[in-house]
Design a protein around this ligand. Structure first.
Ligand code: C5P
Length: 403
C-alpha cells in the first residue's frame, strides 16, 4: 500500500508567491491516496484563493482561529489531533520566526503547538532572507525540536534574482512526505564507509606533520547515515570526538594506515565518502630518536602519500564515491577538476580560509558537483548539512546503480 494511502495531511500555506504551487502539491497528495485539509494564513489568501483548495480537497479551507462557523465544523484542537502530519508549504520567513518563538497568533501556529503529529516545512523566500542568520537560526531550532526541513533549491526567483530559496518542487515534497510514513529508513541495507579527520605523518617520536581538520563533518555524516539505517564504518584519523551511536569506528594515525584500513574493508561497501583531510606528503623516513635541536637545519625529505579516494574510485567494482574539496578560490573549477581526475560520482566543495565554515567550525556550506549538475547547500550546522548531503547522495546513488 502506498505510504500516503488514507493518511490525513494538513497542508498549511503561508503568504509567498510559491503559494500557487501548493495547489499542485495538494492534488499530488490526493492522487497518492492522502486525505488533505488546507490551512491558509491571511496573507496566503492574498496570493491564491481558498476556493482553489476547497475545490481540490472537497473540504472547507481553514483560515481563522476564531471563526465560529469553522470551529463548529472542526475546531482547531480537533484539527490538530486529526492530522497524521502537517506540511507547511510554502513556509515564509515570518511564519518560521513565529513557529520558533512558539507564538499562537493565528490558526497555523496554534495547530503547530497543539499537534503531536510530525511537522515538515518547505521554505520559500528571497535568497537573502533565506541566508539571513535569523532565518537559519530559526531553522536550526525548529529542526532540533523535530521539524523536518524540505530544503529550498537554488535557482531563478520570482523577484528576478538568482539564489537559494525556491520552494522544493511539489512532486519531491510528496516523495519526502511519503518517506516520513514509510517504516523503512532511507539508507536501510546500505553499507557506507566514511573517512574523517586529519592524518598525522610522524617526523620523529614526538613531532608530526598534521592539519587543522577537526573530523566534525565526517563524524556528522557517519552519525546521519547510521540514523538513517545504514551499516556505517568510520575510518578516523586522530580527533577529539566521540564515536557516534550505531557507528563502527577504526582509529588510524597516518595516511598509509588509513589507506590500509579502507582497502582491506572495501568489499561490499555501497557508498564511500572521503571526508578526511589526508596529508598529501609524509617524511620519507621517521627518525627513531627525537631529532636534536642542533640537527634542526637538516631538510625533511617528503614523499607523496597514496591517494585513498582515487584508489577506491578506480577499483573494478568501485562503490559510489564521494570526495571533498577544500578550496580558497575558483571553487567550482577546482572541484570539477578533482571530480574528473579522480573519477568520482560526486564532489562536495567548501570554501576554507574565510570567516565562517570549514575546518574547525560547527557550521559549513557545501557546493555539490557531479557530471552534468550541481547543487548548493547553504551554511548550516554540520549535522543538518550531513542530512542534506546524504539525501542528495541517495538520490544520485539509486539511479547510478540501475544504469
Ligand atoms: O586532491 P585533494 O587532496 O584536494 O582531494 C581531497 C579529497 O581526496 C578528499 O575527499 C580527501 O578525503 C581525499 N584524499 C584521499 N587521500 C589522499 C588525499 C586526499 O582520500 N591522499
Amino acid at each position: 500500500m502506498p505510504a500516503l494511502q488514507n493518511k490525513q495531511i494538513i497542508i498549511a500555506i503561508c503568504g509567498s508567491i510559491a503559494a500557487y504551487k501548493a495547489a499542485e502539491l495538494v492534488r499530488r497528495l490526493g492522487d497518492l491516496g492522502a486525505e488533505v485539509r488546507v490551512v491558509m494564513t491571511r496573507s496566503a489568501c492574498e496570493f491564491i484563493t481558498p476556493m482553489t483548495f476547497q475545490a481540490l480537497t472537497h473540504n472547507p479551507v481553514h483560515i481563522d482561529l476564531l471563526d465560529p462557523e469553522a470551529e463548529a465544523s472542526m475546531g482547531h484542537i480537533e484539527l490538530a489531533r486529526w492530522a497524521d502530519a502537517i506540511l507547511i508549504a510554502p513556509a515564509s520567513a515570518n511564519t518560521l520566526a513565529r513557529l520558533t518563538a512558539g507564538m499562537a497568533d493565528d490558526l497555523l501556529t496554534t495547530l503547530a503547538l497543539a499537534t503531536s503529529a510530525p511537522i515538515a516545512v518547505a521554505p520559500a523566500m528571497n535568497h537573502l532572507m533565506w541566508a539571513n542568520v535569523a532565518t537559519q537560526d530559526n531553522l536550526t531550532k525548529l529542526q532540533q525540536r523535530g521539524y523536518t526541513l524540505f530544503a529550498p533549491k537554488h535557482g531563478q526567483q520570482a523577484c528576478g534574482e538568482v539564489g537559494e530559496g525556491r520552494m522544493m518542487e511539489p512532486t519531491e515534497q510528496a516523495d519526502r512526505l511519503s518517506q516520513l510514513f514509510s517504516h523503512t529508513p532511507a539508507m536501510k541495507g546500505l553499507k557506507i564507509m566514511v573517512t574523517a579527520g586529519p592524518t598525522y605523518e610522524d617526523i620523529d617520536p614526538v613531532r608530526y606533520i598534521g592539519n587543522r581538520s577537526s573530523g566534525k563533518m565526517g563524524y556528522a555524516i557517519a552519525a546521519a547515515a547510521a540514523r538513517q539505517g545504514a551499516d556505517v564504518l568510520l575510518v578516523s584519523g586522530p580527533v577529539a570526538l566521540e564515536v557516534p551511536a550505531g557507528v563502527t569506528c577504526e582509529k588510524v594515525r597516518s595516511a598509509r594506515e588509513m589507506n590500509h584500513a579502507v582497502l582491506t574493508q572495501l568489499k561490499g561497501i555501497d557508498i564511500f565518502i572521503a571526508a578526511a583531510a589526508v596529508a598529501d606528503f609524509r617524511p620519507v623516513t621517521t627518525s627513531e630518536q627525537k631529532i636534536k635541536k642542533g640537527d634542526a637545519e637538516q631538510a625533511i625529505t617528503l614523499v607523496a602519500n597514496p591517494d585513498i579516494l582515487a584508489t577506491v574510485a578506480q577499483q573494478e567494482k568501485a562503490p559510489f564515491t564521494v570526495g571533498f574539496a577544500a578550496e580558497t578560490q575558483d571553487i567550482e573549477h577546482y572541484a570539477r577538476g578533482k571530480l574528473e581526475a579522480k573519477q568520482l560520482n560526486m564532489i562536495c566543495a567548501n570554501r576554507v580560509g574565510g570567516a565562517k565554515g570549514g575546518f574547525e567550525d560547527d557550521q559549513n556550506a557545501l557546493e555539490l558537483y557531479w557530471q552534468g549538475g550541481g547543487e548548493r547547500l547553504s551554511m548550516s550546522e554540520k549535522n543538518v548539512l550531513a542530512e542534506k548531503l546524504l539525501a542528495k547522495v541517495i538520490s544520485r546513488y539509486r539511479p547510478a546503480i540501475k544504469s
